[in-house]
Design a protein around this ligand. Sequence first.
Ligand code: ADE
Ligand code: ZN
Length: 315
Amino acid sequence: MPLPKAELHLHIEGTLEPELAFELAARNGVTLPYADTEDLREAYRFDDLQSFLDLYYGLMAVLRTERDFADLADAYLARAAAQGVRHAEIFFDPQAHLARGVSMGTVVEGLWRALGDSEARHGVSTRLIMCFLRDESAESAMDTLMAAKPHLDRITGVGLDSAEVGHPPVKFREVYEAAAALGLRRVAHAGEEGPPEYITEALDVLGVERVDHGLRCMEDPELVARLVRDRIPLTLCPLSNVRLRAVDALADHPLPAMLEAGLRCTVNSDDPAYFGGYIGDNFDALPLTDEQQRELARNSFLAAFLEDDEERRAA
Ligand code: ADE
Ligand code: ZN
C-alpha cells in the first residue's frame, strides 16, 4: 500500500501523456509536429525551465473541449490514486487556453466534470488553483481573474507560474490583493530558478500561504529561519528540478538537508508526464528514511487547503 499523501503542486496540463496527446489530436483534427509518441518523448530533453515551457505550451494545442479537459484530469486522478494520493490541489493555466480561443468556462467546467466525481471514482478529494503566467502582463492576469469570477465556486486559490527570472512577485501585487478580496487562497512559484528574494517578496507582497518549489531558500539562512519559524510549507518537486536542471542530479537534491533544517517540505510531481514520474516516483527518487517519508506525507496534509471553501468564505 503506498503511503497516503496529498499532492499540492501539480499542473494539470503537465499530466498530458504522449498517448493522450495523440488521441486528442486525432479527435480534434490537430496536426502535431511529431511523428508518433516515441518521437514526442525524444523531445523531452530540457536545458532549463524555458525549454520545457516552449514544448508544454505547444502541446496544449490538442486541448479544445470540455471533454478533453475532463479526460486529462480523470487520467491524472487515476494515476495519482494508484500512488497513494488522497487529496490533490490542481493548478491550471487559463491564459494558455484563452489565448488559443478556448474559454474559461470550457476549461473550468471540463476539469470539474472529472474533479466533481473524483471522490467517488478515485477516492481523491480535490481543489483547483488558477495560475497566472508571470511572463504575461499584470493586466492580463487581472483580466483572467475577472474572467474567472463566474466560476469561483470551483476555484480555491490562485498561483503564479511560468518563466520566473525577470518576473518578480511584486509585478502581481494588485492581482493578489484582488484575489484575496475575493476570498481566494494564495500560493506562488518562487525560488525555482529565481533568487531567494523572490520567495521573501511572495510572502511579504503577495501574502502567499505556501511557496511552490522554494528550493533556492537554502542560499539565505535568514530566510530559512523565517520559513521554519512561520512553518511555511514548500512544495518541492525533485524529478522536475533534475529534468529542468535546477539541481545537477538527484544525489545533490537539497530536500534531505531542508528537512534536517526543519523546513515544512512536501514532495510533489509538478509536470509528471514530462519529468519521468508521478508523486510516488518522486518520493522513491530520493534517499529518504521511512520516518522522513512519513514526515513528508504528514506535511502534505498539514499544508493542504482542506477546509470547506464556502464555509471559509462565509466566515
Ligand atoms: N508551469 C508548469 N510547470 C512549471 C514549473 N515547474 N515552473 C514554472 N511554471 C511551470
Ligand atoms: Zn510548477
